[in-house]
Design a protein around this ligand. Structure first.
Ligand code: KG4
Length: 339
């Protein structure tokens, strides 16, 4: 079964063709990051307009690179939640038109389920159940993945997502958007104990997280140093910041895995590209005797191959949408898509 998959939930326009869930025939991603860098973050209106400009060409390119004709497509899968509503609607409306014109089924896909599915592409042997930490610019959740389409959030950030926290810390340090990679580069060779930064805990909710205090601590530290004319240890601050984020994410995911009695830990999303977080997970998983799955960097960020993969499993579970499909800025990962 060949699925044309479309992703447009934020500032990447992406189209892919995926065969039988796990074989990626093409995977086209067009990032708008440069256009948003000027503003220090994603401008929703600019994102929507750029999706409109490129989506048709990108889908054609994905089909061409897959080496098939449009008539050989069996279904269209599209991200319909969560994300920027205007941006999502571009992908959803294009997908509706494509499915209608080709006379094939339309499959709605949850974006974070897609991030988790990126691991099925990278690791053909991986199957649920497992615990997954999904960390991106807009989401930070620990998920009990019981089956391909049966999952439940057991822990989440109460405020900022981990990626958003990286981006804001980078901005105050004068680094470009998106800030995760520049922060990682700055941290190289830095002392991760140079600054004492907070690691928040939520009473009685051991898997929940909070990043807003960490973000404020970095902003205050930088502003205070500027006002006093003091020199900052920038690599030390970036390394201390990465350590604080990792210390928040890794132990919670490890305990969730132990408490659920699973052998496998999966990490997903743009922030899964972070070297410190990857290294800490490797150490922790080895110590606990758990199997760790972290996708290659190319599948960490937003892409459409992951939507095609998850779309396949949603299709097998009976998910279908028609021309009335809407988009949702927020939607629980375990909730059925309201079609
Ligand atoms: O998954 P993604 O591409 O988009 C969303 O669905 O949000 O994640 C983007 C986020 C951004 O906040 C970006 O700064 C962060 O992933 N990111 C990183 C790294 N590479 C990307 N964060 C930390 N370290 C990295 N190496």
């Amino acid at each position: 079964m060949r699925i044309l998959a479309i992703e447009s939930s934020c500032d990447e326009t992406a189209a892919a063709v995926v065969q039988d869930g796990r074989t990626v025939l093409s995977n086209e991603v067009l990032s708008q990051a440069d256009m948003h860098a000027l503003y220090g973050g994603v401008v929703p209106e600019i994102a929507s307009r750029n999706h409109i400009t490129v989506i048709s060409r990108l889908c054609d390119e994905a089909v061409r690179k897959a080496g098939i004709s449009k008539k050989e497509l069996d279904a269209v899968a599209v991200t319909c939640a969560p994300g920027l509503i205007g941006a999502l609607l571009v992908g959803v409306n294009f997908a509706k038109a494509a499915a209608l014109a080709l006379g094939i089924p339309l499959i709605p896909v949850h974006h974070v389920r897609g991030h988790i599915a990126a691991n099925y592409i990278a690791f053909p042997e991986l199957e649920p159940p497992f615990v997954c930490l999904a960390i991106s610019g807009g989401n930070t959740v620990i998920v009990d993945v019981r089956g391909y389409t049966d999952m439940e959030i057991i822990g989440a950030t109460r405020d900022d997502a981990a990626g958003e926290c990286f981006d804001k810390a980078a901005r105050v340090l004068g680094l470009p958007y998106p800030g995760g990679k520049p922060m990682q580069e700055l941290a190289q060779g830095g002392d991760d104990r140079a600054y004492r930064l907070p690691r928040a805990k939520i009473d009685d909710h051991p898997y929940d997280m909070s990043f807003s205090g960490l973000k404020t601590a970095v902003v205050n530290l930088v502003h205070n140093a500027r006002q006093k004319g003091e020199e900052l240890d920038r690599p030390g601050l970036a390394a201390s910041f990465a350590a604080a984020v990792s210390d928040t994410l890794v132990p919670r995911t490890m305990s969730a895995c132990a408490d659920l009695g699973y052998d496998r830990i999966v990490v997903a999303g743009g922030v899964a590209a972070n070297a410190r977080i990857r290294a800490d997970f490797e150490k922790a998983a080895k110590k606990a005797g758990k199997e760790l799955f972290v996708p290659p960097l190319s599948l960490c960020g937003d892409n459409a191959a992951m939507i095609g993969c998850q779309g396949y499993y949603e299709y097998l579970a009976g998910a279908r949408a028609d021309s009335s499909l809407n988009a949702w800025a927020t939607l629980e990962i375990s909730a059925p898509i309201p079609v």
